[in-house]
Design a protein. Structure first.
Lengths: 394, 220
């Protein structure tokens, strides 16, 4: 005996072009919906990951001192300002602080780097505290320097590739002509660390001929009041504080507007698709009034007709939803690339994170909204009066 | 100053961190690129200097992945003596500057990376359409002897060399005859860099030969 689902499927196939176009509408709207929900989830996770990968949540440096490699490279050594190492000890004693790591950024002029020379940047890091703050750093080969004054260096993946260095090779600090042995090369991280050359802090201080630092990285205790700590750090004279929680909040606020707009577009797309569903099923019901009338004379109850028409809606929405979600999964990386092109700042890693849970949720939304939009046509079909329909009257 | 940018852009109160935030985080996802083999730092002025009389150039990219694949790579490496191998050669695109005078192509500028004593050597040559070196340019070298190699006196003997000149010289043993063998190392303490530079020029000419002057059958 033919089932209700088979009848509904056959009914949909009667008008293939119409069914196909309705299906395309549902496919596109579910594709957009799952991709956007995936973006909502993926962006925040990626941003958190980037910030966590810094190893510390707050940075303190002298006012006006550049604190990232790009500016240091542009300004060279001229923009660097120094702070005393004792400042780090003072900060470490605060109850909110889990640990601090002093950093010295140094830029040396290399006259033989292209025409007119160029800047080579080095990060002096404390071997006692820095590796512990970045436990996620993995070595492709070698390891951290042994000893706080070793004439050794660790190179980020890109830095090593650019300079064609391997563990055991040497690099020369320009200007100072100090030779350092490469003892470790990091795995690719997708962060600034990839282009960085790390040197023991004391070594770099000796090379540069100073006993100060440029930056203090601060790891905050879990559940500590970061705002309170930031407020206290702002009181330090001539210091600037960069809080990555603030950075994150600022970026999330910036993105939030875009997210609301894009989600609105997704909802509108979903509504348009559902109007298409209503139209298709209603048209189908109108065209089959005569047939529905015969079914009723044969004993079909209004509930049977309602369920039959509703099943058609269910098949349309479930089919379109599954295909749309499949396309979203297949083209997730492409969506990722497109999103990256339009966003002012995009963290590393997966931006559009689509998993099975999200797929199921999207399918549920599509089917639920679809079934809702199928209520009216199904109700209309259930109310058809058999004799009027057979006679062709209203 | 970074915070100055934020102020000048007139972000609402409390949003002053936006620009530093973006500047700070942007490099996290844009690590220094090593995706391209060897590029001129200032192509417009460098090409004009390396190719006097030129009026323009076109930048093109080629790679083993796009042309010839692993078979061509193996043949090229064999021509280079097997050791040292090309560095990340298969996927990495090489950059070639096609040089024009008006609409007429008059030559090429091409660079390669080579491992040096304290860092990478970025070695460019300009070539006429027959593959003869017209100019030698060492864009990058590390070491206190660097200026001896970047001096025009060191680069001059490369002018006029072709791939045939390198056939008479063994780059692995450092022995042979002809013009390449006659070249003098200006910094005897920097033998790694000196032979690295010779190997780089040879690699440069071999790549140009394999891809452009006498394309291998597997390469288009």
């Amino acid at each position: 005996m033919i089932s209700r689902h088979q009848i509904a499927f056959k009914n949909l196939l009667r008008k293939k072009a119409r069914t196909f176009l309705t299906l395309v509408g549902i496919v596109l709207s579910s594709w957009v919906l799952v991709s956007l929900l995936g973006f909502n989830r993926g962006y925040e996770a990626a941003l958190n990951r980037d910030i966590d990968n810094l190893g510390y949540q707050i940075m303190v440096m002298a006012k006006g001192c550049p604190y990232e490699a790009a500016t240091m490279m542009l300004q060279g050594g001229a923009g660097l300002r120094y702070i005393e190492e004792d400042v780090a000890k003072g900060i470490e004693s605060r109850p909110e602080v889990a640990g601090v790591t002093p950093i010295l950024m140094q830029a040396f002029f290399d006259p033989n780097k292209g025409d007119g020379g160029g800047i080579a940047g080095y990060y002096g890091v404390d071997m006692q505290t820095f590796p512990a703050m970045k436990p996620f750093l993995r070595f492709r080969k070698g390891g951290w320097p042994q000893g706080s004054e070793a004439a050794e260096a660790v190179m980020g993946f890109e830095a090593a590739e650019l300079e064609q260095r391997e563990v055991g090779d040497s690099i020369l600090v320009p200007e100072k002509n100090v030779e350092l042995k490469v003892v470790g090369i990091l795995e690719r991280t997708g962060t600034q660390d990839d282009g960085t050359i790390f040197v023991p802090l004391k070594t770099l201080q000796q090379v540069a001929g100073l006993d100060k630092i440029t930056t203090i990285g601060i790891k905050v205790k879990k559940d500590a009041d970061i705002a309170k700590l930031e407020a206290a750090l702002y009181q330090l004279p001539d210091m600037q504080v960069v809080s990555f929680s603030q950075v994150k909040q600022t970026i999330m606020k910036l993105i939030a507007t875009a997210r609301v707009m894009v989600l609105s577009i997704a909802v509108i797309a979903l509504l348009i698709a559902m109007v298409g569903v209503v139209n298709t099923v209603l048209m189908s019901v109108m065209e089959r009034r005569h047939e529905i009338g015969i079914l009723k004379t044969m004993g079909a109850m209004p509930g049977d007709i309602f369920r039959l028409v509703w099943t058609e809606t269910l098949l349309l929405c479930a089919g379109g939803g599954v295909v749309g979600i499949g396309l979203a999964l297949a083209f997730a990386r492409l969506s990722d690339l497109l999103v990256r092109r339009v966003l002012p700042y995009a963290p590393g890693g997966e931006l559009v994170a689509i998993d099975l849970k999200l797929c199921a949720l999207t399918l549920l939304i599509i089917v639920a909204v679809g079934l809702l939009s199928g209520v009216y046509p199904a109700w209309k079909a259930g109310r058809v009066r058999p004799l009027d329909a057979i006679r062709g009257g209203l | 100053m970074l915070t100055g940018f934020g102020t000048r852009l007139h972000f609402p109160a409390g949003k002053f961190l936006l620009v530093p935030a973006l500047l700070c985080l942007f490099p996290l996802t844009t690590p220094l690129s090593a995706a391209i083999s060897c590029e001129l730092n200032f192509p417009a002025s460098d090409v004009a200097r390396l190719f006097p009389g030129s009026t323009g150039f076109k930048t093109i990219y080629f790679s083993f992945a796009g042309h010839g694949g692993p078979p061509l790579l193996r043949r090229v490496e064999a021509r280079l003596g097997g050791v040292p191998a090309l560095y990340a050669p298969l996927e990495v695109p090489y950059v070639l500057y096609e040089v024009y005078k008006g609409t007429k192509k008059i030559g090429y500028v091409h660079g390669v990376n080579q491992k040096g004593q304290f860092g990478v050597l970025e070695v460019f040559v300009s070539l006429d359409l027959e593959g003869r070196i017209k100019a030698f340019y060492l864009q990058r070298i590390a070491g206190k002897w660097a200026n001896k190699f970047t001096a025009s006196k060191f680069g001059a003997p490369f002018v006029g060399l072709t791939l045939r000149d390198f056939d008479q010289f063994n780059l692995l043993t450092g022995k042979g005859r002809g013009r390449v063998a006659a070249m003098v190392n200006p910094a005897p303490e920097a033998a790694t860099d000196f032979f690295g530079l010779l190997r780089a020029v040879n690699k440069n000419l071999v790549l140009m030969d394999a891809f452009f002057f006498a394309p291998d059958p597997v390469a288009p």
